[in-house]
Design a protein around this ligand. Sequence first.
Ligand code: SF4
Length: 482
Amino acid sequence: MNNCCSTISSTTDKTISDQQKIVLISPYDLGRQPFALAEPAAVFRNAKYEVECLDLSQQKLTAEVLASANVVFIYLSMLTATRIAVEAMPRIKQMAPRARIAVFGWYAPVNEEFLRGLGVDAVFGGESETDMLTYAESLSAADEHPARHQAVVNLKRIDFMVPDRHSLPALEKYSQLIFPDGNRRVMGFTETTRGCKHLCRHCPVVPVYNGRFYAIPADIVLEDIRQQVAQGAQHISFGDPDFLNGPLHAQRIVEAMHEEFPALTYDAVIKIEHLIKYPDFLPFLRDSGCILVTTAVESVDDTILEYLDKGHTAAEFEQVVSLMKQHEIALAPTFIPFTPWTTISNYIDLLNKIAELKLIMSVNPVQLSLRLLIPSGSRILELPKQETCIIDFNPASLGYTWVHRETEVDVLQENIRSWTEQAESEGLSRLEIFNGIRRIALSAAGSDEKDVTEEQCGEPVPVHSESWYCCAEPTEQQLASF
Ligand code: SF4
């Protein structure tokens, strides 16, 4: 199939001598080969730009790539990526002295003011490829000091292109799927939609997409899968914010994918509400190769779920656990256990519920230490200030600082975070880490119960080898790329 499935075209007809160079940088994308670089790379190449991609999770910033850049676009998908970009900005500016710096992705428009202060010239959000192309075309090499470009958040449908992945590192360098028996599969990553039709209060997608989502045409997604299978992918991880925002669209793609590649397995992120709403979808998912569903449970306390506007209850989470067992699809629940509404008692309830549902092996331990992030534009800011415990905005952390009204809860979170980090570095099992966490929480409550036993653990599930959470502070290793 032709690599140009779109009507996007350049308004300029460049010769080699006036060709402009675009560098697309992804600071970090959860260990995935970034769709968000490969798709605009195709758009710019189609418009006859020279394009280079730099994925800082795999590559270093180099003057060789950056010195001749006219525009550097940095993809800010999440907090970790944005923090890395902020640290890297002085080096990027130094290595690309002629280049305008532009940013795109969920974290770009909501942090516009701060990013402008670092020297960012243009800010794009939402469906941004066409605007990014228009921006590049509007720049003149002779114009050294033009007025800064207005931020653009586009929520109109754009024409997509098949991602151009050829200048990104090989798929086997990225996160792999690891089975409980240690077998590994090379993973490909793609998306069938962007944005989300839901309005969960804590979610960073909402301030940009505000309840909208956009389907990427099936032929483009399928061609992207085809090219990744040709590069060795044995499993596809769908990175949509929610795979069932458009269930018929997802079904069409998965049916065609399974027919063409019957041995290919896949995983996706699906919210509890959708798993309940489309129960007939579950046998279809299983029979078409879906072996893992990640679902954002966040809490097993209905009051907290209401604060987060999650659209499900604790009882519905339990219903989903049994539905997934019935259909033999592994479930990886994620949580935000520490919120302004967490108590030591409801934290212990969460741990006990995980054990009762035999999910200890399914929950990445880092999930039990996470603290609610409140970025700019978050719908959490709609709640009365006294309920959110917000103190102020902290530019260094790109979010609002909140302090729990009970100091013991913040102390508990810090103790659990540091224990989990230490236990993971020592290679302890999920059960050992879980029991360590539970002992810390029980002792904070003045209680002393027996550890959970192996029989209560549940079955191990396939995991991605990259377990870092999207909203964590960057590690030393991540910062080493520049
Ligand atoms: S369903 Fe997921 S992606 Fe959509 S708004 Fe809620 S948390 Fe965000």
